[in-house]
Ligand binder design. Sequence first.
Ligand SMILES: [Zn+2]
Length: 338
Amino acid sequence: MAITVKFFASFREATGKEQETIEGAANVASLLEQLTRRFGDKLSRLLYEPGTNKLRDTVNILVNGRGINLLSGLRTELKDGDVVAIFPPVSGGAALTPEELERYNRQIIISGFEKRGQRKLKRARVLVAGLGGLGSPASAYLVAAGVGHLTILDAEQVELSNLNRQILHWSSDVGRPKAASAIEKLSKMNPNVELEGRPEAVTRENADELVESVDVVIDGMDNYHARYLLNEACVRRQVPFIHGAVEGFVGQMTTIIPGEGPCLRCIFPKEPPSAQVRPVLGPTPGVMGCLQAMEAIKLIVGIGKPLVGQMLLFDGGEMVFDFIQVRRDPNCPTCGDV
Ligand SMILES: [Zn+2]
């Protein structure tokens, strides 16, 4: 099993080669290990943060011409004949402009976040599935924080009864596609963010394509059929999936990192019952959507501790935040070992 590795710019200088053939590397992590054994400190200093096995945010890796996921990319599987390209960011790619340094100043000055974190956000791609009560605040905070690329997906049109909680949609938007209404507001909020609106539903056919080019997926959906489809695609593609759901005063949230904790199907093996019209007080999805954006930003920047293996249960009526342990099911039909 031979993998061709092509080096560019500083990586070419460090290795003294334009390309190298590596045998028997099952994934990107083991390929990089072999390369650093072969080319030594000069290469590992370019690849990793000092004293860690975390990739520097100044490393770009393409597998067969596709960028690997920022968060789970090291686990990307390789097969015979694959071509891996390693290069530094093209000039200007993730550099921060003076306007961005000022706009994001209050988060850049957070210890551990810094310009490095902001550059990671700028390179990141996030999918927000559902532009309702959860997706409105989640996408607004991601856009305000300076995520580089946001795909927003919703097949529906704005209805009058959405407006008590879906704060990206306003009175004049009733009847408009939610994706168009959301893009209009989000692009005014922060013109630095690339926005892609998709007025469509999650289906078995599009789920993998929706997930494969993003670093994180936010679940702002209102039904478990679509949630299960995206959960399955996220498990297949090893993309983090931040689940949220609300009813009345009550909300739930958990962060699913495939391979590290349970997936949505481990936690809910069967679709929970749901009514056609569910009661919701606006601030409930407001709270949960903000927390989903918080989890996404933490994962991208590599700061804090994600809510993996735990479900947050929020009851706004009693003003209680509870956490319950959730476990991976080895027999799970989506992520199980069998
Ligand atoms: Zn599972």
